[in-house]
Ligand binder design. Structure first.
Ligand SMILES: NC(=O)c1ccc[n+]([C@@H]2O[C@H](COP(=O)([O-])OP(=O)(O)OC[C@H]3O[C@@H](n4cnc5c(N)ncnc54)[C@H](OP(=O)(O)O)[C@@H]3O)[C@@H](O)[C@H]2O)c1
Length: 240
């Protein structure tokens, strides 16, 4: 049997999602790289010239059920199964120090929609294809800021931190629900990475982090389901 994985990544047009797409393709895996605006995903189209049939560029807005379901149908027509779903798309609206009285509640709703509900919507749509894999894995890209036990005292991040905490709980609920079906569902935290979201001062290079995350994904079995892993595949210090 081919060891080539079939992987789907949300938010694959830039940042960590783009770097992971490149890493999987360089190893010979097949990637459905999804993004909101494929026409503007210049780097993905450039990769397509090299990787041709191994790369499928699909439109997915994780906020929109119709968009996610249409992508799942497209994918099912082209691929026999899905081995790895990476729920990577994320937003971080608002400022870290915005307090309750200045907070824009619409930003909190937006963050929950994309970072937490988006993961449920996407995972649900791709379950039929995941079930066709011998070793299906769902990888939810979380953040240390979503930790309840290690919440930094001096920041608020209501929208982002709240939505990532919700994502962590959804990870554990889904992991429990799908354990008997052999689908391993984990949260991973990439560290502070130099992307549009992480900013130029972040300590980690997205290409290096992508390599580490891909190695971690390789090592995920049912033993890890419901765990929160760091980018090296170790259980995080956050303890949820
Ligand atoms: N960078 C860090 O330091 C860091 C740390 C911890 C966790 N993370 C997490 O890592 C993941 C990737 O972050 P990043 O640093 O690569 O951020 P990024 O460079 O800002 O990229 C975010 C990606 O998510 C996509 N996205 C946003 N809303 C979407 C939606 N509704 N539907 C589909 N795609 C959507 C963006 O697409 P558009 O181009 O269309 O906006 C973009 O591709 C996120 O979940 C983030 O929370 C990052």
């Amino acid at each position: 049997m081919s060891k080539q994985l079939i992987v789907l990544i949300t938010g694959a047009n830039r940042g960590i999602g783009l770097a992971m797409t490149r890493t999987f393709l360089e190893r010979g895996d097949r990637v459905a790289a999804t993004c909101r605006q494929p026409a503007k995903a210049a780097e993905l189209h450039q990769m397509k010239e090299t990787y041709k049939d191994d790369l499928m560029i699909l439109r997915v807005d994780v906020d929109l059920t119709r968009s996610v379901n249409a992508a799942a149908e497209d994918m099912a027509e082209r691929y026999p199964r899905l081995d790895v779903l990476v729920n990577n798309a994320g937003i971080a609206p608002g400022r870290s120090h915005d307090g309750l009285e200045v907070l824009e509640l619409a930003q909190v709703r937006d963050a929950f929609e994309t970072n937490a509900v988006g993961c449920l919507r996407t995972t649900r749509a791709f379950l039929p294809l995941l079930r066709k894999s011998k070793q299906p894995r769902v990888v939810n890209v979380s953040s240390g800021l979503g930790s309840l036990s290690k919440k930094p005292g001096d920041t608020h991040y209501y929208a982002y931190a709240g939505s990532k905490a919700a994502l962590n709980m959804f990870t554990r609920i889904m992991a429990a629900e799908y354990k008997t079906q052999g689908i391993s569902i984990v949260a991973v935290t990439p560290g502070w990475v130099r992307t549009d979201m992480g900013g130029a001062d972040a300590e980690l290079d997205p290409v290096v982090v992508a390599g580490e995350l891909v190695n971690t994904i390789d090592s995920i079995t049912m033993e890890q389901t419901s765990l929160w892993l760091d980018r090296h595949g170790k259980v995080t210090e956050y303890a949820w």
